[in-house]
Each structure stands twice: as C-alpha cells, then as structure tokens.
Design a protein around this ligand. Sequence first.
Ligand SMILES: *[C@@H]1O[C@H](CO)[C@@H](O)[C@H](O)[C@H]1NC(C)=O
Ligand SMILES: *[C@@H]1O[C@H](CO)[C@@H](O)[C@H](O)[C@H]1NC(C)=O
Ligand SMILES: *[C@@H]1O[C@H](CO)[C@@H](O)[C@H](O)[C@H]1NC(C)=O
Length: 253
Amino acid sequence: MSILWYITCLLLLHFCTPGFSMHDGIVDGKVSVPHSRPYMVYIRDKLTKISCGGFLVKEDYVMTAAHCKHNHLMVYLGVDNTNILPDGIEVKPIPHENFTMKRPDHDIMLLKLKSPATLNETVNTITLPKTENEEISKHCMVMGWGWQDYNNMSPSNVLKEANVTLIDSENCGTADTLCTEGSTGPAQGDSGGPLVCGGVVQGIVSFNKNSINGDKLAVYTHISHYLPWIKDNMKPLQQRQYETWKGKLDKIM
Ligand SMILES: *[C@@H]1O[C@H](CO)[C@@H](O)[C@H](O)[C@H]1NC(C)=O
Ligand SMILES: *[C@@H]1O[C@H](CO)[C@@H](O)[C@H](O)[C@H]1NC(C)=O
Ligand SMILES: *[C@@H]1O[C@H](CO)[C@@H](O)[C@H](O)[C@H]1NC(C)=O
C-alpha cells in the first residue's frame, strides 16, 4: 500500500480522487425497488451538501461511518429519490472516540435523532449482530446513492444496491474490518451505508482500495466488534450519567 494512497485515500470515500482508488460504484448493481430497504437513511450536511448513507438501528439512532461527521448533519428517513426529500431531522453525532482520519480503524458513528422516527412501512430498523464474531453469510448486499461511474461525479438520485461477496480480510483492512472484492461495490457517496448479510447489518461502508493484482476492494467497519461501544452509546443519557456517578461513588467507597 503506497504512502500516497495512504494519505490521499485513507480519507475515505468522499475524499478519494476518482480513478485513483474508486471503482464503478454501484454501477453494476440495480435500482432498488422503491422503499424496499426501509432502514436506509440519507445523510447530508446542510452547508457543504456532502452526503453519506446510514441506517436506522433504533427509533432514535442512525448508524453511519465516523468519517461522515460534519457540523450540520441532517438525516432523511424513508427516502427513495433524493430529489424528493422529506423534512430532515437534526442529530447529535456520536463518533467513536478513537477514530481519526489518519487510520482506517473505528470508522463508526451513531447519530442520535432529536425527534424519534415513527416506524411504518417505509421507515424501519435493521437488525444488528447479536454477538461478536457471529457467523456471517458470505453473500451480502450493499446500497447507496453514491457514484455510478468510474470517471464522473455521478451520484444516483434513486437508491441502488449490489450483491457483493465477503473475502478473507487479511491483506485488506484491519482486524476490525470486513472486505469485499470485485467490479461492483460502493463508491464515493456510499460511505456510511450498510453491508447486509442474511438480513443482518454486519458492516459499514468505510473506504476503497486497489488490491495487489489490481482488483477493487471495499472495506467495511466490522460492526460486531463494536457491540459494547454501541450498547454503551445507545443508553439513555440519564442511565449513563447515573453509571458515571455510581462508578465515582464506588471508587470513593
Ligand atoms: C480508545 O483508546 C484508548 C487508549 O488505547 C482505550 O483505553 C479506550 O478504551 C479506547 N476507547 C474505546 C471506546 O474503545
Ligand atoms: C412513514 O413515516 C415517514 C416519516 O417518518 C413519512 O414521511 C411517511 O409518509 C410514512 N409512510 C407511511 C406509509 O405512512
Ligand atoms: C442479488 O442476488 C439475488 C439472489 O441471487 C438476486 O435475486 C438479486 O436480484 C441480486 N441483486 C442484485 C442487485 O443483483
């Protein structure tokens, strides 16, 4: 892995230059049946208009990549066509505390919704993994509104999806990532979106790179390695405050 790649591209999908590390995006995939992926969330910064994918894991929490953090993020639920957006919901970002743009690890973030979603046919949650390192079906699906073309900035207005196959992640990411390889997969703008395997979300789209033999690799945060972090950060605030306070008290006593 070249240092140049490291510097330019570690910075994850929306900072990578096209043609350098990006592949065709979800170009070989299909347009999703509208509203058939009700957990899928469109995320956009109000000011910069940079967008990411994400997914609803609870009425009031969206999960996405930590590198999607911007100062004025809004989430949009139940979206098919991004030209027809419902009212956005403001969020409080909770990125993993050890994520930095310099390293590929811990690219996970929760967004706490200021007002919880009402679940219905077009807005629903997706199941998180139950245990660390649970067996994962190799046949997965990834989706997003990201670039469809290798050479052009070409986000899709409608949600697209593609089948991808997990590979051994040695020589690909880190101990806390999953990888897929092939001519189809996520590209710029697909960051933060879900990698769904057997109906369970197992990964978060993080970044792309080229393999030694020139194939395209996509790297995802391995969600099951972050279950304790997820549990802690989705606790109601009062409970967290109580536990911090109780922890201090226990130490004193
Ligand atoms: C972040 O890194 C520090 C130092 O390595 C570690 O003590 C801490 O537990 C890490 N935080 C999380 C949430 O993993
Ligand atoms: C589902 O809820 C969303 C808002 O959360 C709303 O925009 C949409 O119209 C609702 N759909 C149905 C079928 O009620
Ligand atoms: C993914 O594979 C399933 C099962 O083979 C197939 O039904 C579906 O159409 C494929 N989806 C895409 C986007 O190619």
